[in-house]
Design a protein around this ligand. Structure first.
Ligand code: DX5
Ligand code: ZN
Length: 219
C-alpha cells in the first residue's frame, strides 16, 4: 500500500516544512492537483509549484491533471519534475495519443475516471498505462465526502488486473481517511491519495500511521 499526500490541503505558507514532515513520516509519493477552472470549477496551481516540490523531496511526484487539453501542458509538467502524469479520460478524445505523449516525454502514465464514468471508458488502454485513478469524489475540491458507490468499480478493476497481464496501480482519490481507507483497500486499491486527513491533522505522522492502519491507540 502506498500513501500519496495531496499538497492541495497543505498550508502553503509552510509548504516546505509540511512536505518534509510528510516525507519523514513515510509518505511514499506526493500528489499534486492541477485544476484549470474549466474541466473543474476550481483553479489551483501549475508547473511552478511542481518544480518547487521537486526541490524539497526526492519522492515520486504524482501529478493529477484536472485540465482541458492536457496535451498542451504535459511536457511542461514533466520538465518541472512530474514522475507520473495522470489525465482524465473525460478530457481526452484521443486517449492513446495522450498516453503516448506522456511516455515519450519520459514519465509514467495514469488515467483518471470520475465517479460517474464507467470502466469501459478506459478498458482499451489498461495494458498501456501504469495507473488507474478512481475518483471517489467529483474532482475540484479537497475535503469532500467519500462516495462509496465507487467501491464496486475498484473491485472490478482489481479483477481485471489479476485476470490479465496488466500490473497498473489502482489509486483512489477523494475523502480518504482512516475510516474510508480500509474500504478502498479491501476493494483492491493500492495507492491512497489523502489531503485533508493528512495536512488537516494536528499531527501529520500520526495521520499517515492511521491511514496505514497502525493506530492501535485508537480515538
Ligand atoms: C480533488 C483532488 C484530490 C483532493 C483530495 O479534486 O483530486 O486529490 O486533494 O482531497 P481530500 O483528501 O481532502 O478529499
Ligand atoms: Zn487528485
Amino acid at each position: 500500500m502506498l500513501i500519496a499526500p495531496s499538497i492541495l490541503a497543505a498550508d502553503f505558507t509552510r509548504l516546505k516544512n509540511q512536505i518534509e514532515e510528510a516525507d519523514g513520516a513515510g509518505a511514499d509519493w506526493f500528489h499534486l492537483d492541477i485544476m484549470d477552472g474549466h474541466f473543474v470549477p476550481n483553479i489551483s496551481f501549475g508547473p511552478m509549484l511542481v518544480a518547487a516540490t521537486r526541490r524539497v523531496t526526492q519522492k515520486l511526484l504524482d501529478v493529477h491533471l484536472m485540465i482541458e487539453n492536457p496535451d498542451r501542458y504535459i511536457p511542461q509538467f514533466i520538465a518541472a519534475g512530474a514522475n507520473l502524469v495522470t489525465v482524465h479520460a473525460e478530457t481526452c478524445p484521443h486517449l492513446h495519443r495522450t498516453i503516448t505523449l506522456i511516455k515519450d516525454e519520459g514519465a509514467q502514465c495514469g488515467v483518471a475516471i470520475n465517479p460517474a464514468t464507467p470502466i469501459s471508458a478506459i478498458k482499451m488502454v489498461l495494458t498501456e498505462i501504469d495507473l488507474v485513478l478512481v475518483m471517489s469524489v467529483n474532482p475540484g475540491f479537497g475535503g469532500q465526502k467519500f462516495i462509496p458507490e465507487v467501491l464496486p468499480k475498484i473491485a472490478k478493476l482489481a479483477n481485471a488486473r489479476s485476470s490479465s497481464q496488466s500490473s497498473f496501480h489502482i489509486e483512489v482519490d477523494g475523502g480518504i481517511d482512516k475510516y474510508t481507507a480500509p474500504q478502498a483497500l479491501a476493494a483492491g486499491t493500492d495507492v491512497l491519495v489523502a489531503g485533508s486527513s493528512i495536512f488537516g491533522a494536528s499531527d501529520i505522522s500520526r495521520a499517515i500511521a492511521d491511514l496505514r492502519g497502525g493506530d492501535d491507540v485508537g480515538n
